[in-house]
Design a protein around this ligand. Structure first.
Ligand SMILES: Cc1cc2nc3c(=O)[nH]c(=O)nc-3n(C[C@H](O)[C@H](O)[C@H](O)COP(=O)(O)OP(=O)(O)OC[C@H]3O[C@@H](n4cnc5c(N)ncnc54)[C@H](O)[C@@H]3O)c2cc1C
Ligand code: SF4
Length: 329
């Protein structure tokens, strides 16, 4: 492994300033993605700024919003009573992600900023535009059964891997971000991620040195029901082939509020606005759910081996809507 300097500051300002000052510096949280990529020779930072000593752990309630410290582990957040009781979609997304050992190490901030699992990205001997802009994309004509059909470009078709991000994007969550100059800003999750376009190496709107300090998760309104459905090749633990996060309010048989996120299908955690438009104000019925499924996958661009994901995504959405509404006719 490439030699690097290791630092472990105790203040947020120190951490952000150190990373911002050095283009070859990186944050380290639980390390479950970052260290893997360094061992595989994909990343070679000269300086690693371990943030685990920063006071960014724990969950607070601020009115109707949960404020989750970025260093809270996935397992800690899943065990939080407000999450288990009021946000089933988040609870299920967390517990269907990785294994319990990983979830104990992995932090919420790191989960949202984890890198893709595209096998070519993780193999430095193959061309990958996400590793080196302009290098080419080995997945386009290679093994791409698990790759994206939404939000793709001819430069990259890699999926975003986080389950939690799919649930949070559907809930209108936002991240709090601290910058190297001491400034703070709030970024809605729907604005955080960038589709690849011709710069797949630029994955978010965060500047180098900006640190996620917390995630704001709005609680669902009374009467809402939510669910995370994950379809994967292996039941023990695996990344999503397709996943759906839904939150619905149904009153007198009519959908009064609808939130839909899709995972495993897109280059970013995907908010399915078109499906929500179909659902809103419509009767909660299976034919409407099918119309929402068609709208959600409208514009999908499948390739040789991942065309099955279009139908899988549609059906997964129908099933999730049936489960959450209790309507199967
Ligand atoms: C075998 C395996 C299976 C997995 N399965 C799943 C799965 O099914 N679903 C799923 O969602 N995930 C899965 N994961 C991914 C896992 O959840 C992530 O690796 C983990 O959440 C990353 O968190 P971390 O704290 O370890 O981040 P790190 O590895 O420490 O960091 C990840 C990235 O985020 C940056 N970073 C970390 N924290 C911050 C912050 N606060 N602000 C700014 N930048 C930051 C780091 O610089 C780095 O680039 C799996 C991982 C493995 C190894
Ligand atoms: S799909 Fe994206 S991450 Fe995978 S090889 Fe192509 S450019 Fe790289």
């Amino acid at each position: 492994m490439h030699a690097f300097e290791y630092l472990r500051p105790a203040e947020v300002g120190q951490a952000t300033a150190t990373v911002a000052a050095d283009p070859a510096a990186s944050f380290l949280a639980g390390g479950t993605t970052q260290l893997d990529l360094m061992k595989d020779g994909v990343l070679a930072p000269d300086r690693l700024v371990d943030i685990t000593r920063l006071p960014l752990r724990g969950v607070d309630r601020d009115g109707d919003t949960l404020v989750v410290g970025a260093l809270t582990s996935m397992e800690e957040l899943a065990a939080e009573p407000a999450v288990a009781e009021l946000l089933p979609v988040v609870h299920e997304a967390l517990l269907l992600g990785a294994s319990v050992q990983l979830r104990n190490m992995a932090t919420i901030g790191g989960n949202l900023l984890q890198r893709t699992r595209c096998r070519y990205f993780r193999d430095p001997t193959t061309p990958c535009n996400k590793r080196h802009r302009g290098a080419g994309c080995a997945a386009l004509d290679g093994v791409h059964r698990g790759h994206a059909v939404l939000g793709t470009s001819e430069h990259c078709i890699a999926t975003h891997a986080s389950d939690l991000a799919v649930a949070l994007v559907a809930l209108d969550a936002a991240v709090r971000v601290s910058g190297p100059d001491g400034g703070e800003r709030r970024v809605p999750l729907t604005d955080l991620y960038r589709t690849p376009g011709d710069t797949p190496d630029v994955e978010t709107v965060l500047e180098h040195g900006e640190l996620i300090t917390a995630v704001e998760v709005p609680l669902l309104p009374p009467g809402a029901r939510s669910h995370y459905l994950k379809i994967r090749d292996r039941a023990s633990y695996d990344f999503a082939l397709t996943s759906v996060a839904v939150a619905l309010v149904v009153e007198d048989g009519v959908v009064r509020r609808a939130r839909v996120g899709l995972g495993g299908l897109a280059t970013v955690p995907w908010r399915a606005w078109a499906a929500e438009d179909v659902l809103l104000g419509a009767p909660a019925r299976t034919d409407v759910f099918h119309a929402a499924g068609r709208a959600a996958l409208d514009g999908a661009v499948p390739r040789r081996d991942n065309a099955f994901k279009v139908e899988l995504g549609r059906r997964a959405l129908v099933r999730a809507l049936q489960t959450v509404s209790g309507v199967y006719w």
